[in-house]
Write a protein that binds this ligand. Structure first.
Ligand code: SAM
Ligand code: SF4
Length: 363
């Protein structure tokens, strides 16, 4: 396909290319200006949430998007299909809390039918899993995709009821653990990951219980470093309990052995030396993995973000609703992706926290 949009066309290695940076062939991989191939899309399906985790949302919630501002299922499907044709083969649905979006399993069914997608996943706080696990697994399995499964990351920051309540501002640990148990009944949903945000002064006391969970359940536990994306803007670097510190604490309880890191994986995963269970560390702040980042994000209101910490975003909803064809949308996407940030600048002078918080971006 030749480039038809305005722009100066030059030749690079015999291929057509537009000097503003994008390439116009559906068969060409989606690549950024630093040579990274983009293959993973996080889609936020709502900015709303039924929890109020302290590191994410204020107690009173946030001003929610109007319904008309949120991408419809048809719009999400169209964009995901477009990304898939550009080589995005992994899609994670997130939020806000994705399971509070009405009729969410129907969206999963629609996306599961996109042939190019190899990996479909959901990040959830688990509160509605007891109700929805069966419907979600069935929706993902309705397609001809190889495997036909859906993977889940379930966020659980404490395994003690009162501390879970203190952190999420919801007395919901039992409900979440029941949801996890429901999900665990489905082999197609495995491996199931349990993610805990690690906060200094809080998570240290949780380590033994999470180690036991990792060793005596089917769940892979992963600790995520606290990032400056909280709505209260209370993040400070000294609150980050690092992956290295957590690794030392876990290793002292039960020795760990590293597993090979998968390309572009966010977590460093270890197995316990005695062969019982796995545990991972997502050290986004202390050991950034930007160099091989293959991820981009679509917000619930249809903005493309090329980094969690982007200060600019690209509106896809406007052009979509004004009748842009796939060719025009593809041009917008390639152009934005070309300008993907080299790395985040947490801890560097001049770092600016983006206006959007984690719940409005889609973590
Ligand atoms: N509501 C769902 C959930 O909590 O799993 C999905 C959305 S939530 C924004 C996605 C992930 O981001 C969760 O694992 C959550 O713990 C994590 N998260 C939220 N705020 C964070 C922060 N400031 N730093 C690190 N991780 C954060
Ligand atoms: Fe909601 Fe997830 Fe943010 Fe907690 S981390 S407030 S569950 S969006």
């Amino acid at each position: 396909m030749s480039a038809s949009a305005a722009g100066v066309v030059s030749r690079t290695n015999g291929k057509s290319r537009i000097d503003s940076g994008y390439r116009m062939s559906v068969s060409e991989p989606l690549t950024d200006g630093h040579g990274r191939r983009i293959e993973d899309l996080r889609v936020s399906v709502t900015d709303r949430c039924n929890f109020r985790c302290q590191y994410c949302m204020p107690a009173e919630g946030l001003p929610w998007l109007e319904r008309a501002e949120i991408l419809s299922f048809d719009e999400i499907e169209r964009l995901v299909a477009l990304f898939a044709r550009m080589g995005v083969h992994a899609v994670r649905l997130t939020g806000g809390e994705p399971l509070v979006r009405r009729d969410f399993p129907r969206l999963l069914r629609m996306l599961a039918a996109i042939e190019e997608l190899q990996d479909l996943a959901i990040t959830t706080n688990g509160f509605r899993l007891e109700r929805d696990a069966a419907a979600l697994v069935a929706a993902a399995g309705s397609s001809q995709r190889p495997g036909g499964g859906v993977r889940f990351n379930v966020s659980v920051d404490s395994l003690q009821r009162d501390r879970f309540y203190a952190l999420t501002r919801r007395d919901a640990l039992d409900q979440v653990m029941r949801g996890l148990a429901c999900l665990a009944q489905y082999p197609q949903a495995h491996p199931i990951k349990v993610n805990a945000v690690a906060l200094r002064g809080f998570t240290e006391d949780e380590v033994p219980a999470f180690v036991e969970l990792a060793r005596h359940s089917a769940y892979e536990v992963r600790f995520i470093e606290f990032m400056p994306l909280d709505a209260d803007r209370a993040w400070t670097s000294d609150q980050v309990l690092t992956g290295a510190e957590l690794h030392a604490m876990v290793d002292a309880l039960h020795p760990l052995e590293p597993l090979e890191r998968e390309p572009s994986a966010t977590a460093r995963v270890y197995r316990f030396s005695d062969g019982r269970g796995r545990i991972g560390f997502i050290s986004s702040v202390s050991e950034p993995f930007c160099a091989d980042c293959n991820r981009i994000r679509l917000t619930a209101d249809g903005r493309l973000r090329t980094c969690l910490f982007s200060l600019n975003e690209t509106d896809l909803r406007g052009p979509l609703r004004e009748g842009a064809d796939d060719h025009e949308l593809e041009r917008l996407v390639r152009d934005a992706v070309w300008r993907k940030e080299l790395k985040h600048q947490i801890g560097e002078p001049g770092f600016i926290q983006p206006a959007r918080t984690m719940s409005a971006i889609g973590g």
